[in-house]
Design a protein around this ligand. Structure first.
Ligand SMILES: Cc1cc2nc3c(=O)[nH]c(=O)nc-3n(C[C@H](O)[C@H](O)[C@H](O)COP(=O)(O)O)c2cc1C
Ligand code: SF4
Length: 427
């Protein structure tokens, strides 16, 4: 069995309730942090752990926290990003549904480190059932003096509010999320200024992913140094991977970073191999926004090294022959899947979700969808494949937020690795 930290207690009956969670060692990080450590010491442990944000970009969490404007006399906010609308990614939903108190614990200890008194959980609109679960966990924590005024008799007070979105993928982008939380249309902001200086209501704000914040609780409990020894190189710790597609055992798995992709796909502990004895064709390893890799390049890098699930190994070869760990949404395709049809399907999603502020993204996603539709439906032209590559290139890097890149990369990588399949559609 691989090392687990976050999901250790996930199968304990009743673990969603405060009493059971507490009896199984829950809230220890809050006891330790608030009663024995200063906020700066908590932050130092997070820096030591090497934790990187689990929302997609992999930015070091401790470093992000150190950017927070602490000189401002305005209130500071911590916002938990629970929007999780990326196709193929469903690990935060799992975490909140099964272990709501682990997230609350992470929010309390992180807020203590950041000097935050008000914290929001921005939750995807479609996850209505989770709003009740999280609110009930907040109520229980409050009844047991872990939230509210003077937590555990200290001077630290905290309130957590759950805010459901209205079901827009773009509201997962941190500045669009803040706009939405303020009651406005969820359009991404131009950066700078960054949220660390001007975030929610123009106040210093940290936005972190659900898994990131839950992990902070485990780091404080075990110590940053011990955490940093798990994983591989700069990819420390464990990561939740949501696996789906043509595999025998789809689901959410906690892996130690550095696990070989091959072991993840074929071992019975994880995906259990390709369904119906088919061959592996390709994998999108980090949620729909990252480049797709064909079987040979997902199992081994272009240098012939075994490909591992880590930030570095999945990116090896950059965009020519690599991809990204992203949010850990692992989508597996077997030999029967049509890459053109799947790329069209994803592009349809991005066209629908583009907020429309920048023309390369607004127009480009629509053009790509139209071209892919005609290719998939036998009406393609010889020039269409190169046209798609040009449109994708013109979106990339030319937009306010990374949704433009997220729409361009799947198309560009599908053509790079499966050009023959696109050409076959023309014939
Ligand atoms: C279009 C788009 C959607 C995103 N959706 C999410 C999301 O659902 N959850 C998330 O944590 N981060 C999402 N992100 C990344 C956030 O902008 C931000 O980087 C993240 O919440 C930071 O948390 P972390 O440092 O803990 O990873 C998205 C980014 C983009 C561009
Ligand atoms: S890249 Fe797309 S989603 Fe992002 S701000 Fe521009 S138009 Fe909106």
């Amino acid at each position: 069995m691989g090392r687990t930290i976050l999901l250790d207690k996930v199968n304990v009956p009743g673990i969603r309730n405060f009493g059971v969670y507490r009896a199984n060692g829950g809230y220890k990080s809050v006891d330790k942090g608030l009663l024995e450590m200063s906020p700066a010491q908590v932050q130092q442990e997070v820096i030591k752990s090497g934790l990187r944000g689990r929302g997609g970009a992999g930015f070091p969490t401790g470093l992000k926290w150190s950017f927070l404007d602490r000189k401002s006399d305005r209130p500071r906010y911590l916002v938990c990003n629970a929007d999780e609308s990326e196709p193929g990614t469903f690990k935060d939903r799992f975490l909140m549904e099964r272990l709501p108190h682990l997230l609350i614990e992470g929010l309390i200890i992180s807020s203590y480190a950041l000097g935050v008194k008000t914290c929001y959980i921005y939750i995807r609109g479609e996850f209505k059932y989770l709003v009740g679960i999280m609110e009930s966990a907040i109520r229980e924590a409050k009844q047991n003096k872990y939230l509210g005024e003077k937590i555990l008799g200290t001077d630290f007070s905290l309130e957590i509010y759950v805010h459901p979105g209205a079901g827009a993928y773009i509201c997962g982008e941190e500045t669009a999320l803040l706009e939405s939380l303020e009651g406005k249309r969820g359009n991404p902001r131009i950066k700078p200024p960054f949220p660390a200086y001007k975030g929610l209501y123009d106040c210093p704000t940290v936005v972190n992913n659900v898994e990131t914040l839950a992990t902070v609780a485990t780091i404080i409990e075990m110590g940053g140094e011990a955490y940093s020894k798990i994983g591989i190189g700069k990819s420390t710790g464990t990561k939740l991977i949501s696996a789906c597609g043509n595999i025998n055992r789809p689901g959410v798995y906690e892996i130690e970073l550095g696990l070989a992709v091959e072991d993840f796909i074929y071992s019975d502990e994880y995906c259990g191999g390709i369904r119906n004895g088919r061959m592996l064709k390709a994998v999108i390893p980090g949620g729909s926004s990252v480049p797709i890799l064909p079987a040979d390049l997902i199992l081994n890098t272009a240098k012939g090294e075994q490909r591992l699930i880590s930030y570095e190994s999945l990116a090896e070869g950059e965009f020519e022959s690599g991809s990204m760990l992203g949010s850990g949404g692992f989508i597996v395709f077997d030999e029967d899947q049509c890459i053109v049809r799947n790329t069209w399907n994803l592009t349809r999603f991005y066209r629908h979700e583009s907020c429309g502020q920048c023309s390369p993204c607004r127009e480009g996603t629509g053009w790509m969808e139209k071209i892919l539709y005609r290719l998939e439906n036998g009406q393609g032209r010889m020039s269409d494949i190169d046209l798609l590559v040009r449109v994708a290139k013109n979106i990339e890097g030319n937009t306010i937020c990374p949704l433009g890149d997220a729409a361009a990369w799947p198309v560009a990588s599908a053509i790079r690795h499966f050009r023959g399949e696109f050409e076959a559609h023309l014939k």
